[in-house]
Design a protein around this ligand. Structure first.
Ligand SMILES: NC(=O)c1ccc[n+]([C@@H]2O[C@H](COP(=O)([O-])OP(=O)(O)OC[C@H]3O[C@@H](n4cnc5c(N)ncnc54)[C@H](OP(=O)(O)O)[C@@H]3O)[C@@H](O)[C@H]2O)c1
Length: 363
């Protein structure tokens, strides 16, 4: 552990201990000291994700300070860094068993590797910036590394040489919202999505060609009929953006709708070997202890994939508010204890549609 010993500052953190108990922590420990290639950041907002708590209970990542997404102010960087003290940046931090406490973003100060941070442009509100990296980088990994679509560009010309059909199951998840917009920019057509009926108008505005209610008993025949109406003979890409379990999971629904040769991806590990899994932090190897699996699993780094996805992500950042957006971001202000309750909800039964950003300093 590397600490800056001559600066004392109060640090409030949401954490998980060695007994997998979720706790709040207030200390006057010295502030983190950035290594070469790292930034010391004062947290302005930390973005919430289901992973914040699920990674402790399902992937063995504990003890740890919770959180991956953030927007904050640079306090210190390396002399050769492109970032300067006072810059407002956003980004996300590494994962894996043994994750250093300095990387938890639900705390007053944090450390971020420079390659996982970006300058926040004026068109990108800071609370939105704090919620963007994990979900947009996951969607970008799906579209540009696993599906190998052409990157979005600044022109209006669709980039797919011939139109390809895609199904996104659970498109109103935050990952799904990002996926629709990236698919649209890459010229995918038609984009068929499932979501609750209340979301259909918004999803069409973002780029969905047609929407289906995932709770409808006729959802599979309805999707197949729509493909016939579009005169589409093969559904080439199937993306499960939910990762639901159960007798018939969201991935099972996807597999049921697509062609035999389709490329399949699910946001979580699937038993069906046809499905690949994206990884938001593909820049670094990650060790996971998956519940029910006797040995640790190593997710290898895919550095060139990371850089490729980062290009698409930076397109989304640069075009935020015009061609790319998170349609719903709520801000939490209040006590660390109440913030922890919200995190438990996000990782448990879910808060429903949209993102939640926690404003710091937490009281
Ligand atoms: N592999 C990775 O690196 C990675 C990275 C990020 C996230 N993930 C995973 O991706 C999944 C989505 O995360 P998120 O943060 O984007 O989710 P989220 O924003 O919290 O998703 C909320 C939405 O989920 C939808 N939903 C819930 N159950 C559904 C079902 N059975 N079928 C269809 N839609 C359903 C609801 O849509 P309606 O409002 O339409 O009902 C709700 O609005 C999670 O499993 C998460 O752990 C994986």
């Amino acid at each position: 552990m590397s600490l800056e010993s001559n600066i004392a500052a109060p640090i409030t953190a949401l954490a998980v201990d060695e007994n997998i108990t979720f706790i709040t922590r207030r200390t006057h420990e010295p502030m983190w000291k950035p290594e070469v290639g790292e930034l010391l950041i004062e947290t302005l907002f930390s973005g919430t994700n289901p992973a914040d708590t699920k990674h402790a209970t399902e992937l063995g990542i504990y003890p740890a300070v919770l959180g991956y997404d953030f927007c904050g102010k640079v306090l210190k960087s390396s002399p050769e860094s492109k970032f300067r003290s006072g810059d407002v940046v956003a980004g996300y931090t590494p994962t894996g068993v043994g994750r250093a406490s300095k990387y938890g973003t639900h705390q007053s100060y944090l450390i971020c590797p420079e390659e996982m941070a970006f300058l926040v442009p004026s068109a990108l509100p800071r609370d939105h910036a704090a919620c963007l990296s994990v979900v947009a980088m996951t969607a970008a990994d799906v579209m540009y590394n696993l599906f190998r679509l052409p990157l979005p560009s600044h022109t209006d010309t669709p980039k797919c040489e011939s139109f390809k059909a895609m199904l996104i199951w659970g498109a109103s998840t935050s990952v799904g919202i990002c996926a629709i917009q990236l698919a649209r920019e890459s010229g995918v057509y038609p984009i068929l999505v499932t979501a609750s009926p209340g979301r259909h108008a918004l999803l069409q505005e973002l780029g969905a060609t047609c929407c289906f209610d995932y709770k409808s008993p006729s959802v599979i025949p309805d999707i197949k009929q729509a493909l016939a109406d579009f005169d589409v003979h093969s559904l080439d890409y199937g993306f499960d953006a939910v990762g639901s379990h159960g007798d018939f999971s969201s991935a099972d629904y996807v597999a049921e709708c697509v062609s035999d040769e389709a490329h399949l991806v699910s946001v979580v590990i699937q038993k069906n070997p046809r499905f690949k899994m994206p990884f938001a932090t593909s820049n670094q190897e990650a060790i996971l202890r998956v519940a029910g699996v006797p040995h640790p699993i190593c997710i290898p780094a895919r550095r060139s994939d990371y850089q490729h996805a980062w290009k698409a992500f930076q397109w989304a950042v640069e075009n935020y508010g015009s061609r790319f957006r998170l349609p719903s971001v709520e801000v939490f202000t209040g006590s660390a204890e109440d913030a922890l309750k919200e995190l438990m909800l996000v990782g448990g039964e879910g808060r429903g549609f949209g993102k939640l950003a926690i404003q710091h300093l937490l009281i």
